[in-house]
Design a protein around this ligand. Structure first.
Ligand code: FAD
Length: 367
């Protein structure tokens, strides 16, 4: 049986970011991913916010810059939202994940794919991953919204989720490629939003709803075709659950920590989870290496300052989930300045009202 300092279950954004930084710091690190490659069958739209896009240097051919958001009300009126120097990156999501896996290997870590981890036992000072014939001193559960690591070790589990579905399509010829098109519509996207964008290799159209409702993506596509035209040939489909209830409690135990979707580290309002997955993942990897090799602080304590509690966004999400605004109200709101400013804070300032820039936007700007 081979022993590692750190074993990570799940080779997606959070697990790979964590493994790379732990390996860079000299920890013997291994990642187990159940898919054939980390980039196979991705669930995510893969939009990166500027903050993370600037810090991970994804190869350019895997991304496309988008400068603003065009926000639509149900009657298809729209407003354009920008923030100074802000942008999003559309990505070839699978390509980005395979690139991240290569970064782990370059750093000296191992990524073993086609390995579903399902039996983990605690043996005094170590965890034993029985089928993998592997043991480790520290275990990270980066295995997504239905984390089996969380269940096996009685850690917190996600209670509130959105269900998202997305098509990759050819078509929508009249779509403006400079925007992420976001749709507020309580008929097609009750409790959340719909979206449409020119991605890297094709157009992406998706909708997410508060579970247990189910998204009717076909009806949404038909609805949009009337406005963006050109027909839509479906090339592929993806989707899955998105945690939206905030951080699970507890998200860590002795020598074990959940990360990314498994820990509920997703903005409850925008459903953006890639930024926290990578940002907190990297810090956790460093902290595990420091803890094991240099008697550093316990890893959950080391990341505590980075783990958001999403108070403001959780309140708004609960309101939006429980009292899905009727379409007439959404139509009326879109032209309202205060509503537009709130939308800008939600889309462009991931720390919400805790962000200085957000307050500058509220207090100083006229549009
Ligand atoms: C439809 C949709 C659209 C989204 N769009 C965006 C977006 O545009 N921008 C954004 O920021 N966020 C988006 N999100 C959220 C984002 O994708 C997630 O927050 C992010 O992928 C979380 O990364 P993760 O590494 O924590 O978990 P995941 O990406 O869920 O990865 C978990 C990994 O663990 C593996 N795994 C699970 N169980 C095991 C096991 N037992 N053994 C081995 N491996 C296992 C899985 O195969 C998977 O690779 C979207 C989510 C969905 C569903």
């Amino acid at each position: 049986m081979k022993h590692y300092d750190l074993a990570v279950v799940g080779g997606s954004f959070s697990g790979l970011a964590c493994a790379q930084s732990a390996a860079i710091k000299g920890a013997r690190t291994i990642v187990f991913e159940r898919k054939k490659t980390p980039g196979a069958y991705t669930q995510s739209t893969g939009l990166l916010v500027k903050e993370i896009a600037e810090s991970i240097n994804v190869p350019r051919h895997l991304t496309r810059k988008i400068h603003g958001i065009r926000l639509y009300s149900p009657n298809m009126q729209c407003v354009d939202l920008y923030s100074d120097n802000y942008y999003f990156l559309a990505t070839n999501t699978g390509g980005v994940l395979d690139w991240m896996a290569r970064q782990v290997k370059i750093a000296g870590g191992l990524v073993r794919c086609g390995e579903k981890v399902d039996a983990i036992f605690r043996r005094s000072d170590r965890f034993v991953l029985a089928r993998q014939n592997t043991s480790c001193s520290y275990l990270v559960g980066a295995d997504g919204v239905n984390s089996s690591v969380a269940r096996q070790f009685d850690l917190g589990v996600n209670q509130s989720v959105l269900l998202g579905a997305e098509y990759a399509v050819a078509g929508f010829d009249r779509l403006d490629p400079d925007y992420l098109h976001v749709f507020l519509d309580s008929d097609h996207a009750p409790g959340y939003i719909g979206w449409l964008l020119h991605g890297v290799d094709h157009t992406q159209v998706g909708v997410a709803v508060q579970y247990p409702r189910r998204p009717d993506l076909k009806a949404f596509v038909v609805h949009l075709l009337g406005h963006f035209g050109g027909g839509a040939e479906i090339l592929g489909k993806r989707g899955g659950f998105i945690p939206c209830g905030g951080i699970v409690r507890p998200f860590a135990g002795e020598h074990i920590c959940l990360l990314g979707d498994a820990a509920g580290m997703v903005s409850p309002l925008t459903a953006g989870g890639i930024h926290p997955a990578i940002d907190i993942g990297r810090r956790l990897g460093q902290a595990v290496a420091d803890y094991l090799n240099y008697h550093g602080a316990a890893p959950p304590r080391a990341i505590a300052g980075l783990v958001p509690d999403y108070t403001f966004k959780r309140c708004l999400r609960r309101l939006h989930g429980r009292f899905a605004a009727p379409n007439w109200l959404l139509n009326a709101c879109l032209g309202n300045r205060a509503f537009q400013r709130l939308a800008k804070i939600i889309f462009f300032h991931h720390r919400g009202l805790f962000c200085k820039e957000a307050w500058r936007e509220i207090l100083l700007k006229r549009s």
